[in-house]
Design a binder for this molecule. Structure first.
Ligand code: SF4
Length: 329
């Protein structure tokens, strides 16, 4: 591991200023992904700025009736929070579907968004990878593609984003509070992550030195009837092959509103707007759920090694909506 300087931040503005001033600096929160990458030689910061002692550790009601979640709230605390479980069950379930109990105790809300792909080639410094080393090529294309993208990929990168939590946040219209050198701004969770295009090294729209300080969940009555369904190679401690965060409201025998986001299929949590559009106003049931899934997945461009993900995503969308439809009766 490359030697690095360690600093403990004493103020949010000071943390931002320190990282902005040093192109080789990185924020450190729970460290559950960054430290792994440092050990592998994938990330080589010259300085880490520890933000875990900054006062971002509360879950609070907002005046609008939503929740403001401090960026340092551990994943396990967020998943267990009674308000989250009752008002945003998809988020609680997504968190509990991720990693292991020990990791969830340490991983933070802000850090969860910023974890990087687990593409095996990205994590192996002996192989070409445009995300790790721009211009070097993509060893995954034509290689081990099982966990890779079927939507929104490019010829430069076909990686998937690994977070479960971020998929639920995208479906639930969450917004991030980001502190940068010019002050605070809001970024929609759905718009945080980028598609790879010809710059796969950039995972998000954040700039160097931008610090996530909180996440705001809006008041969202539909979210009470929401869920998270994850399909993976083993029952726990595995990344999603495909996942679905969904919320459904049925009134007078019709779908009044819905939210759908997919994980494990793209370089970002994939908000399934086409599926949502197809579903609104439809009679809830298997034909409408399948038609909604097909509307979204028509754009899928699977690789030979992950073509199974298209029918898997279709089945997962239908199953998630079916469970919500039955629960809402
Ligand atoms: Fe690197 Fe992306 Fe290719 Fe994986 S898919 S090897 S992360 S460029």
């Amino acid at each position: 591991m490359r030697p690095f300087e360690y600093e403990r931040a004493t103020s949010p503005a000071g943390a931002v200023a320190t990282v902005v001033a040093d192109p080789e600096a990185s924020f450190l929160a729970g460290g559950t992904n960054l430290v792994d990458r440092m050990k592998l030689g994938v990330s080589r910061p010259g300085r880490v700025v520890d933000v875990t002692h900054l006062p971002f550790d509360r879950i609070e009601e907002t005046d609008a009736g939503g929740l403001r979640i401090g960026a340092n709230v551990p994943n396990s605390d967020l998943a267990a929070d009674r308000r989250v479980r009752e008002r945003y069950p998809a988020l609680s379930r997504a968190l509990l579907a991720g990693a292991s109990g020990q990791l969830r105790n340490l991983a933070t809300t802000g850090g969860n968004f910023l974890q990087r792909t687990r593409c095996v080639y990205f994590q192996d410094v002996t192989t070409p990878c445009n995300k790790r080393e721009p211009g070097s090529g993509c060893a995954a294309i034509g290689g081990y593609e099982r966990y890779h993208a079927i939507l929104g990929a490019s010829e430069h990168c076909i990686a998937t984003h690994p977070s479960d939590m971020a998929v639920a946040m995208a479906a639930l219209d969450a917004e991030l509070i980001v502190l940068g050198p010019a002050g605070e701004r809001r970024v929609a969770a759905e718009g945080l992550h980028r598609l790879p295009g010809d710059e796969p090294q950039r995972d998000t729209v954040l700039e160097h030195g931008d610090l996530i300080t909180a996440v705001v969940l809006p008041p969202l009555p539909i979210a009470r009837n929401s869920t998270y369904l994850k399909v993976r190679d083993r029952a726990s401690y595995a990344f999603a092959l495909v996942s679905v965060a969904a919320a459904l409201a049925v009134e007078d025998g019709r779908v009044a509103d819905c939210r759908i986001a997919l994980g494990g299929v793209a370089h970002k949590p994939w908000r399934a707007r086409l599926a949502e559009e197809a579903l609104r106003g439809a009679e809830p049931g298997e034909p409408a759920f399948a038609a909604a899934a097909d509307a979204e997945l028509a754009a899928a461009e699977p690789r030979p090694g992950n073509a199974f993900k298209v029918p898997m995503a279709r089945g997962a969308i239908v199953a998630a909506l079916r469970s919500l439809s039955e629960a809402g009766r």
